[in-house]
Design a protein around this ligand. Structure first.
Ligand SMILES: NC(=O)c1ccc[n+]([C@@H]2O[C@H](COP(=O)([O-])OP(=O)(O)OC[C@H]3O[C@@H](n4cnc5c(N)ncnc54)[C@H](O)[C@@H]3O)[C@@H](O)[C@H]2O)c1
Length: 436
């Protein structure tokens, strides 16, 4: 089967490379000519563990290609995936302009039956809009071609994207006609063989499923952060509570880690989007609206923690920061808690020395005031305190004696609870963490 994926970012590139790995003929299209030129050379422009290998292999074996010519990619494909960005607008709604422009281009150029699939996360009803945009362009250009529109939301996690794509918890296929469903089931057949559950449903249900899942996960995070804040007021330990809660199989241990709150390219925008379209449907989604507020306040609380740890005054104090990406194992800085936290610290007078294993090139553009460091220890040099914002594995076993020698004051603010409070205090640190 020939397919194309329009948009070669975190989702599109992983989707294209993984389908190629299953033996499908895949063309990835993107309107960023520089990105396409790099990809054609086998150079992967993002950090995603294992992705460069499968891109390189499938490129060399001729199953994967890259182009800026979307029209050509569409003409040669039975299935066309749309994996372009759907960023938030200031009111929380979703900017569908990239989806619209791709849908119109498909309509202008398709020359036979296509299954047009939104993999981008899109508000309920977008599939119907895509159908309308494609039909309008067909009419306008005086051509007749059959097509189906389907929704196949993506649940991969950055940093673990290949495993999530190839061994997903489930695949969701939403379509309003049987032909599209049959073609997509056939495309995902390699996953049936490893017995991946496939949820077949209608278009709108599939679209909403993605938001419901992300909103629920975000709720777990904001919930445990509220528990952590309560722990701090009453003298309890959120770590033990999260463990005890998580051992209950009805709750499960994941997404119960207290910290600076969620960030990244999905949870912040998807929670705001579902809250927005719920209100437009006639009623507020109260829980999600609270989750969004709690998450914003959590970042402010983290700033207060750092200020308190430095005795209330950051003027001309230097802070070492470890971890800037929104989570470990990615270079993605979109809506990373580190950005808001660092900007607030700088506003209060702090100087920042920072290190992240992968995100430095993006981080220095977003935070030009920081001093970029080569490793964790360089970030400690001469700092009045160290703040751990993202829990990369390499920060879990720091040489604490070396860190203490390099720091001007032995202060560690651990926003991810990766160290044991008792052990840190015994090691001579003023140690501040979250909810313990
Ligand atoms: N990143 C994730 O972890 C994740 C997970 C699940 C779902 N999603 C959803 O998938 C979608 C894409 O997210 P992403 O993180 O891959 O975005 P991204 O920004 O990494 O990639 C998008 C790509 O689309 C290209 N593009 C933009 N407009 C285009 C156009 N008109 N024609 C061709 N190419 C175009 C961009 O150049 C870019 O390479 C979003 O809707 C997002 O919510 C993302």
């Amino acid at each position: 089967m020939n397919i194309c994926v329009i948009g070669s970012g975190y989702v599109g590139l992983v989707t294209g490379a993984c389908f190629a790995e299953f033996g499908v003929q895949v063309c990835c299209a993107d309107n960023d000519a520089e990105k396409v030129a790099r990809l054609q050379q086998g150079e992967v422009p993002i950090y995603e563990p294992g992705l460069d290998e499968i891109v390189d292999r499938n490129l060399r074996q001729g199953r994967l290609s890259f182009t800026t010519d979307t029209a050509d990619a569409v003409r040669h494909s039975l299935v066309v995936f749309i994996a372009v960005p759907t960023p938030p607008l200031p009111d929380g709604s979703t900017d569908l302009s990239a989806v619209e422009s791709v849908a119109r281009e498909i309509g202008r150029t398709m020359d036979g039956y296509k299954v047009i699939v939104t993999k981008s996360t899109v508000p309920v009803g977008t599939g119907d809009k895509v159908r309308g945009w494609v039909a309008e362009e067909l009419r306008r250009t005086g051509r007749v071609a059959g097509f189906s529109v389907a929704s196949n939301p993506e649940f991969l996690r950055e940093g673990a994207a290949l495993g999530d794509f190839m061994r997903p918890d489930r695949v969701v296929i939403g379509a309003d006609d049987e032909q599209a469903t049959a073609i997509l089931k056939d495309l995902y057949r390699p996953l049936y063989l490893i017995e991946t559950p496939v949820v077949i449903t209608d278009l709108r249900t599939a679209e909403l499923t993605k938001y419901a899942a992300n909103a629920f996960l975000a709720t777990k995070i904001s919930f445990i952060n509220e528990v952590a804040n309560l722990c701090e007021r009453v003298g309890a330990d959120v770590h033990a509570i999260a463990r005890a809660m998580g051992l209950d199989r009805r709750i499960g241990p994941k997404f119960l880690h207290a910290g600076p709150g969620f960030g990244g390219s999905c949870f912040p925008k998807d929670t705001r989007s579902i809250a927005h379209f719920a209100r437009h449907s006639g009623d507020a989604f109260e829980i999600v609206e609270a989750v969004v507020r709690v998450n914003a306040r959590q970042r402010e609380r983290m700033v207060d923690k750092v200020v308190d740890a430095l005795d209330g005054d950051l003027r001309d104090r230097t802070l070492g920061i470890l971890g800037l990406a929104f989570k470990p194992e990615t270079d993605d800085m979109r809506e990373a808690p580190s950005v808001d936290i660092i900007e607030a610290l700088i506003e209060r007078g702090a100087h920042i020395r920072a290190y992240d294993p992968q995100a430095m090139p993006h981080a220095v553009k977003l935070l030009p005031q920081i001093v970029p460091c080569q490793d964790a220890y360089e970030a400690c040099e001469g700092a009045d305190g160290l703040v751990i914002i993202t829990e990369w594995n390499q920060f879990r076993m720091l040489d604490l004696n070396r860190a203490k020698e390099l720091l001007r004051h032995p202060v560690i603010v651990d926003l991810r609870n990766i160290y044991d409070p008792g052990a840190m205090r015994a090691a001579g640190f003023r140690y501040v963490c979250v909810g313990r």
